[in-house]
Ligand binder design. Structure first.
Ligand code: ZN
Ligand code: ZN
Length: 215
């Protein structure tokens, strides 16, 4: 398994455990978890503590419990059945394959311009999630967000400001971040990205594009 450097936050993992995330975010979280031992272990701890509990008691108490459960989980790690989480053949984690109806070859891409392609996946309306194909060396159009955006790298890699994101890494961008991911040279970058509000592109051409492609 490749080294993953960018992970889910505890807040996201807790919300996932409590079942309060929109479907689009659930898919990105589940996909990262199936690629990442570290977040899977933390999620297991949150689930053990009990998602329902999180809304009633303070975060500090929960975190103390989580550390406790994590310590115990480490002790029995070798006994845990991980067969459901073995690396799948292909590029897409199993949860994603269910939405796409297969692996990469089953995706129905639509061009967005400049060689970038996307495929919007069907989820409940409160947030949306899409696959993105960014040609090697190409950049995503400049954009800000009116909400949170989670981007999981599935193939290739991209650079955003000073940070580098490769397979399994997750980038969390918020309202304040206008950012410009640029795909590495060599291989096209394929990402899964969820947003809880429409992206607002900067500049006229992207705004026109946005009207037509629901990016
Ligand atoms: Zn992780
Ligand atoms: Zn973004």
């Amino acid at each position: 398994m490749t080294q993953i450097n960018h992970h889910l936050t505890d807040a996201l993992l807790m919300s996932y455990a409590a079942g309060t995330l929109p479907e689009a975010f659930n898919l990105v979280v589940a996909s990262h978890i199936s690629l990442c031992d570290e977040c899977r272990a933390r999620l297991g701890a949150f689930e053990a503590v009990g998602g329902g509990l999180l809304t009633e008691i303070g975060e500090a108490e929960v975190m103390a419990d989580v550390e406790d459960v994590l310590a115990r989980a480490e002790a029995i790690d070798s006994e845990i059945d991980m067969s459901g989480f073995q690396a799948e053949a292909g590029i897409f984690p199993r949860a994603l394959q269910e939405y796409v109806g297969g692996d990469l070859s089953a995706v129905r891409w639509r061009p967005v311009g400049m060689g970038v392609k996307q495929a919007i996946l069907k989820t409940s309306k409160s947030a949306n999630v899409r696959l993105l194909y960014i040609p090697a060396g190409a950049q995503m159009p400049d954009h800000g967000h009116r909400g949170t955006e989670l981007t999981l790298v599935l193939r290739g890699a991209f650079r955003d400001q000073d940070e580098h994101f490769a397979r399994g890494d997750i980038e969390i961008a918020t309202e304040a971040d206008a950012h410009t991911p640029i795909a590495d040279e060599g291989v096209a970058c394929i990402c899964l990205a969820a947003t809880d509000a429409p992206l607002k592109f900067q500049g006229l051409v992207p705004r026109i594009v946005q009207k037509f492609v629901r990016i």
